[in-house]
Design a binder for this molecule. Sequence first.
Ligand SMILES: Cc1cc2nc3c(=O)[nH]c(=O)nc-3n(C[C@H](O)[C@H](O)[C@H](O)COP(=O)(O)OP(=O)(O)OC[C@H]3O[C@@H](n4cnc5c(N)ncnc54)[C@H](O)[C@@H]3O)c2cc1C
Length: 425
Amino acid sequence: MATDGTADIVVVGGGMVGLASAIALKDRGLDVVLCDPGEARARTSYGNAGVVSRGSILPMSSPALWGKLPAYLRNADCGLRLHYAHLPRIIPYTAHFLAAARASRWRRAAAALLPLTTAAYPAHERLAARAGTGDRLQRTGWIKAYRTEAAFAAAALEREILASHGVAFEILDTAALRALEPALVRPYARGMLLTETGSVREPGRLIEACEALFDALGGRRLRSHVARLAPEAGGWRIDHDSGTVQARQVVLAAGAASGAIARTLGYRFAVAAERGYHRHYALHPDSPPLTRPVLDTGAGSILSPMGDHRVRVLSGVELNARRAAPDHTQIEAASREAAGTLRLGGPLDNAPWLGSRPSTPDGMPVIGRAPRHTGLLFAFGHGHIGLSTGPITGEIVADLATGRTPAVPVAAFAPERLLRWPRLL
Ligand SMILES: Cc1cc2nc3c(=O)[nH]c(=O)nc-3n(C[C@H](O)[C@H](O)[C@H](O)COP(=O)(O)OP(=O)(O)OC[C@H]3O[C@@H](n4cnc5c(N)ncnc54)[C@H](O)[C@@H]3O)c2cc1C
């Protein structure tokens, strides 16, 4: 097997989290190798909604789950699609998820995530300025839109928690929402505008620009798939498709593939791939532009402007094997609903894009040192907020790798919590 020599540290995975980590590690003066097969569309960081919000502190495992469970189990809510044949493979994830769906746990997760999401936008600004993509990051705010007063009332706990943490938002009635975002033709009962929020137009372009920045900093990229991480005296041997690298440290940032890689080292994380789809549509030429992302809570889908009068329609969560054949049920439903919300033309891409959110059951990422291996850092499991919190995670990883105390507290993100069975009471 060919050798690519040595490095101080190898980063496995070149999505938002891995790239940001690799750049921050270069900034600390380390010799960094980044391994990723390099298929842009295979990265979840390529195809997301681009929302970067301080208010993204409320995990999917919410107390509201229990009321929605009958519809979820029948696949009658387009926000979630279950593939029953896959469920036995994610029993630990599901057990943790159900245990986390309590108000007390929701509040605790929100408090732990707040410093991370608060640091997310400034970290994006710093990275975008260096990568030359500052014009793609716009502080637009984003809207959660409710079709009925009942749906709005059901989200009262969310508003209470956000307010208790000083997260800024404005409540809009039908007319105010229409005035703010005239592209919306659906008469929503209420909207919540989260103002401390930016959005990235075409997140894939940010990823490409970060690759170029890493190259310019002298980082080495291997367009290769890591097959094995092997601990050896004084460090690690990283076997990949076309060779091997030796390094003192490794960062596992392979998104939804991280759980399977960690398993080869004996770590059985309660994690899952939450699959999601997108499809682009042109807005009708006579429609006003959509100026900020909108979550249609009634459809469980996001409508995100991508520039050039284009909108990216994104689906909810599909629980299925990461590599299973695409199931377009949800994105087709989301697209039909979107056609009632915006004046849309036809789809702009041949087939929907599919990505996998690297999800943990408590909605918090795994960031920290591996409990049983020296020189192994975990940075995955960012679920629904990995585009936004990727850049700050990179800075945290670089601090941990160089023995500094991160600016953001990370105790709540420790790997250990997902390596044991949950306490149900
Ligand atoms: C529909 C949808 C909408 C979303 N909207 C938002 C949003 O608005 N805001 C937000 O913050 N987040 C959003 N997310 C979530 C966000 O996209 C993810 O959390 C984030 O992209 C995860 O980044 P990552 O770097 O961990 O993973 P990825 O971007 O998936 O990167 C992982 C990388 O690891 C590589 N890899 C895998 N296996 C190996 C291996 N063996 N060797 C080497 N490399 C490997 C892959 O090729 C890939 O490039 C959304 C996700 C979806 C699906």
